[in-house]
Design a protein around this ligand. Structure first.
Ligand SMILES: NC(=O)c1ccc[n+]([C@@H]2O[C@H](COP(=O)([O-])OP(=O)(O)OC[C@H]3O[C@@H](n4cnc5c(N)ncnc54)[C@H](OP(=O)(O)O)[C@@H]3O)[C@@H](O)[C@H]2O)c1
Length: 306
């Protein structure tokens, strides 16, 4: 297949045979901003690879237009859609049903349209589980989480629902961490401990943790440096260091972890696995995870976003 670089540096495949017809099923992303989203690359590569007559497109939708977007999805039979900022919580009032994870987290990033009945899921949560299991094969006993925002809620909820014994959470805004701990208090097999945002208080918890997950936006687009805050000497040699930030592909947090010989997981793993979980919900089929991963890494390389 011929490949051409566009004026803005994007790579476009030329001359391929995919036909969008009147029968093609539509899937979508709603949110704002969406123009830099990697979701169309990920899903369309999967649909094409699986020879499915489906296409994924993005719509710029703000909070004021969400009702219109949901009505459109119902009226024009959009089979499934994703939500990104600022709609993941706003969407709840328009749905008919929620998955247990979405209900617990109070946020939805994936909706299935079953003949007009809309069911909401949180695939950041289930995708984190897929990503962790594909790396380690089992759940860790204790996890240390930096951050208490949307992605942290999804990660912590998945760990608690899967009976991980201990979760440490530290966040700059401690109130946000406390309200996350409140949400998880019904999981009697999981003990949640909130730590202040002071690295001198993290040593014991880090030394007990099998996985350490960055759920803050520190490191995104090279802004902020979590690596400089972490007291690395306390971390177990075989702990897994996981970053949810995926731009750049290798954050300073992961670079430092690799230099110290820790096993690492990049944010693209969550990105791909949350999409794989949505693909499975929408189509009932296993997602071609390797194809999705290759497409997104090639795109990031071609557009110089890494
Ligand atoms: N790989 C994926 O598929 C995927 C999916 C979703 C999100 N993400 C990444 O996850 C990150 C967080 O997303 P989100 O949706 O959870 O955002 P969010 O709800 O806005 O939460 C942001 C988090 O980062 C913390 N934070 C921001 N700036 C900070 C700073 N200067 N110092 C310390 N903490 C800081 C916030 O702490 P406060 O509460 O104190 O403000 C909060 O815990 C983003 O970088 C995003 O790219 C990745």
């Amino acid at each position: 297949m011929e490949e051409r670089r566009s004026a803005n540096g994007g790579a476009h495949k030329m001359g391929h045979s995919r036909i969008i017809s009147g029968k093609t099923e539509i899937y979508a992303l709603f949110g704002d901003p969406v123009s830099h989203s990697l979701s169309p690359i990920i899903y369309n590569s999967a649909f094409e690879h699986e020879k499915m007559d489906k296409v994924y497109i993005v719509f710029k939708v703000g909070k004021d237009d969400i009702k219109l977007a949901v009505d459109m999805a119902r009226t024009f039979s959009i089979k499934g859609f994703n939500l990104t900022m600022p709609l993941k919580e706003e969407i709840l009032q328009y749905l008919d049903e929620l998955s247990p994870e979405a209900e617990l987290i109070g946020a939805v990033n994936c909706v299935k349209n079953g003949g007009g009945k809309l069911t909401g899921y949180n695939t950041d949560s289930s995708g984190f589980g897929l990503s962790l299991l594909s790396k380690s094969g089992k759940y860790p006993s204790a996890v240390f989480i930096f951050g208490a925002g949307g992605v942290s809620k999804a990660v912590a909820a998945h760990l608690a629902m899967n009976k991980v014994g201990k979760i440490y959470i530290t966040n700059r805004n401690q109130g946000r961490a406390l309200s996350l701990a409140d949400k998880l208090c019904c999981f009697k097999q999981t003990q949640v401990e909130i730590l202040p945002w002071e690295s001198s208080k993290w040593g014991n918890a880090l030394s007990e943790s099998d996985a350490i997950v960055n759920c803050t936006s520190l490191g995104m687009n090279n802004k902020g440096d979590l690596a400089a805050l972490v007291p690395w000497q306390h971390i177990k040699k075989d702990a897994l260091i996981y970053d949810t930030v995926y731009e750049p592909l290798e954050t300073t947090f992961l670079k430092k972890a690799s230099e110290l010989n820790f096993d690492t997981v990049r944010g693209t793993s969550l990105l791909i696995n949350q999409a794989a979980a949505a693909f499975n919900i929408w189509t009932g089929r296993e997602a071609p995870v390797e194809v999705m991963k290759k497409s997104v890494e090639e795109y990031l390389n071609a557009t110089c976003r890494i």
